[in-house]
Design a protein around this ligand. Sequence first.
Ligand code: F6P
Length: 368
Amino acid sequence: MANTRKATRIGIMTGGGDCPGLNAVIRVVTRAAIHQLGIEVIGIEDGFLGLIRNRMRHLTSDDVSNILTVGGTILGTSNRADPVRFAIGKDASGMPIFEDVTPRVLEHVAERGLDGVVCIGGDGTMTGAAALIKRGLPCIGVPKTIDNDMLHTEITFGFTTAVQTATECIDRIHSTASSHHRVMLVELMGRNAGWLTLHAGLASGCDILLIPEIPYDLDAVCEACERRSKRGKRFTLIAVSEGAAPKGGHQTVEKIVHDSPDPIRLGGVSTVLAAQISERTHLETRATILGHVQRGGTPVAFDRVLATRFGFKAIELVAEGAWNQLVVQQNGHTSTVPIESVAGRQRTVPLDDPLIAMARAVGTAVGD
Ligand code: F6P
């Protein structure tokens, strides 16, 4: 690899929710930049917040030692700081007052002498990066998310680890479901995409899978539980996405984070459903919300390799001066698309996804 475009110093940041594998990207980008290209690396703290507040630090090869197996991100992250719409205070009613602080970001970038920034994040971070690109800051995007919902890439790192974690949790709940003869609901993250539920639900042999892409029919869900009960199956295990909603109904919102670019936090659908199922079927029902346990922990080997592959591609792009691209995986190969093509867009589960057909084939109901 040759530094043909003579970049001398780059920034690197992690934005949005954390996920396993972020540190593997920071490690490969830092080491390859320093040792193979002679480029200095500046770590930006807490995503866009570090660019806004000028909180950055020089990264050495030693700084990224022993981080490959560590979950989260050594740089910190934030899913609330959008430079174009940054909350600078609150009005009399307590609502945030927003300001476009990109001029401040560009000043800090110039002050630090950055040729560009490697932005590791999801669609929210890429929306922010696309806005900065328009204002003249070169960026390279590296996709991450446990939700696996980034457009144009068939996989993001963090997803496989989250599937493994969620599967292990569901396996544990399986024991209690069968011992106590209960209907047990397990709620998984994923926002508006059902990837996590589909994969973890299939892997753990759930009896019913409810994903946002297939609005559920409460009668059908209750009938599936009762059918199992009549057949002598003494428990039913249901994996439900936080974004699942009844036919003709709405998603369950846990809270609104007003100063976040994506303010809606979903959560609680399993609790609502548990009450409804128990009332209608008289079967003892419980709900467990897995929550942030799905985002933490050491990345599985697959995610360490994928994150390293994506990070290496990012540094190759820096070397070529091919800025403003997002690293993606398409047909099993590492490739690129323009960052702006994914900004604010999500990849949900298509209704003809083979996993849905496989779920049905093994007798799993999908709530329709
Ligand atoms: O995008 C990752 C994710 O974990 C989603 O699955 C979830 O809806 C959201 O982030 C939760 O965000 P927060 O950490 O702000 O509660």
